[in-house]
Design a protein around this ligand. Structure first.
Ligand SMILES: [Zn+2]
Length: 424
């Protein structure tokens, strides 16, 4: 396949031709205009932005599209959501068929929004591990559309839920890729620390990456991030560990941050923040000044830490909407982080692409010669333009094969009645 007249990120208005052979990008050259007319396998980008697919750095596919089962979240809080999910499981809603259908619907929406790589947590505190098996099955069934990386996630705690340690270990044996945890949900500070040791032990045994729901609570005393950083360095796992959510950071004072951030830098801690989700879940029952419970994206980014953004939830007890539209997630994250500065806007797609790929440990990611030919075409000129105009995804390509194409909308051109005619 030859993609002609594509813009590339950080290359201004210069157009390029990109050749794909045997599932890999094999050449990237300045556009030759008409030289390739007559070839059958040409995709004319017509100036659209060719970029690596979006990466959803944090999502829960097994929860997707279950909102209202068995009831809606009336308080809006994380902890009511966890209770609803426990009832959802107890009342038999989780079956292979229901998870497959709901998660497949979510994956279709994500792919339609330009996502090619998803890191999905799956609850492994159900003794039958039904959802895990279903998501592992789905991973195989959607492999021509996108790549799923599966995290064994102990939603009800490793030590706080019956058989939690054994279920987490069994999930890794059954094929989960990454070890998860939830230390702030364990019964005490000490149990939380012990649960983290357990996560790190298991990850070492499987040579697996780690991604922990860490300090997702409106509590400035929830401080498991420093424990994670310490364990990361101690175990020689620098750069292999992700802290998801980390919302308690929004409540830490400057004195503690001055101690914490250098430790995070030393551990090369990866971050997966979920702005839309945590703007909904956090900050209830607070008095002024109101913290909104999103990790300090700007401060982490300025310290050189890798910050990726994720959807987290798609219509589940935690969050009532969502469809894997990462440009929307990015827009929320940049607003809440006070990050609409020109230098950040010029590289803003990093938060939903390269940074997520780094969290996932994807080494062959990006549009360049020699990498797998995974890409999307955005109806935009550059990063800022894509965010600003919420660019349509015109095409998705995986392994050199077209997953889908859709026509340009020609938004204004389609409304001739709104044309401003000559003054008069
Ligand atoms: Zn989550």
């Amino acid at each position: 396949m030859l993609i002609t007249d594509a813009r590339l990120r950080h290359h201004g208005d210069t157009l390029h031709d990109v050749e794909i052979t045997g599932g890999l990008f094999t050449s990237v050259t300045p556009a030759t205009g008409t030289a390739n007319r007559g070839r059958q396998d040409v995709l004319d980008a017509d100036g659209a932005l060719l970029t690596a697919p979006f990466v959803d750095a944090h999502v829960h596919l097994d929860y997707a599209n279950t909102v209202g089962q068995p009831r809606h979240n009336t308080s809006g809080t994380l902890f009511e959501a966890i209770d609803i999910w426990a009832d959802h499981k107890a009342q038999g809603y989780v079956t292979r068929e229901s998870v497959l259908e709901n998660a497949a619907t979510a994956v279709r929406a994500e792919v339609g929004n330009g996502v090619g790589f998803l890191r999905t947590h799956v609850d492994v505190t159900d003794p039958a591990l039904t959802a895990l098996d279903a998501v592992l099955e789905l991973k195989d069934r959607v492999r021509d559309w996108c790549h799923l990386q599966v995290i064994a996630f102990p939603q009800n705690g490793i030590l706080a839920s019956p058989g939690g340690e054994e279920l987490l270990a069994e999930a890794m044996r059954r094929g989960a890729d990454v070890v998860g945890g939830i230390p702030h949900f364990e019964r005490s500070r000490e149990a939380g620390v012990a649960s983290l040791r357990h996560v790190f032990d298991l990850a070492e045994r499987h040579d697996a990456l780690i991604d922990v729901h860490c300090d997702e609570i409106d509590d400035d005393q929830s401080r498991f991030l420093e424990v994670m950083a310490e364990l990361t360095v101690e175990r020689g796992l620098v750069g292999r560990v992700t802290a998801s959510h980390a919302v308690a950071m929004a409540y830490y004072g400057p004195g503690y941050m001055a101690k914490l951030v250098p430790k995070l830098v030393q551990a090369q801690m990866r971050f997966a923040v979920n702005p839309t989700e945590n703007l909904q879940l956090q900050g209830w029952g607070q008095s002024a000044p109101m913290a909104r419970g999103v990790a300090p994206i700007g401060q982490l980014d300025a310290a050189g830490l890798n910050v990726a953004m994720g959807q987290d939830s798609i219509a589940d007890p935690w969050y009532p909407i969502g469809e894997g539209d990462l440009l929307r997630v990015l827009e929320s994250g940049l607003h809440v982080g006070h990050l609409l500065s020109e230098p950040v806007l010029q590289r803003c797609l990093d938060f939903i692409s390269d940074n997520g790929a780094r969290n996932m440990g994807l080494e062959d990611y990006g549009v360049r010669v020699g990498t797998p030919a995974d890409a999307i075409l955005l109806d935009a000129r550059d990063d800022k333009d894509a965010l600003w105009h919420h660019a349509d995804v015109l095409a998705s390509i995986r392994g050199g094969r077209t997953v889908f194409r859709r026509p340009r909308r020609g938004f204004l051109e389609a409304m001739p009645g709104l044309t401003v005619s000559d003054a008069g």
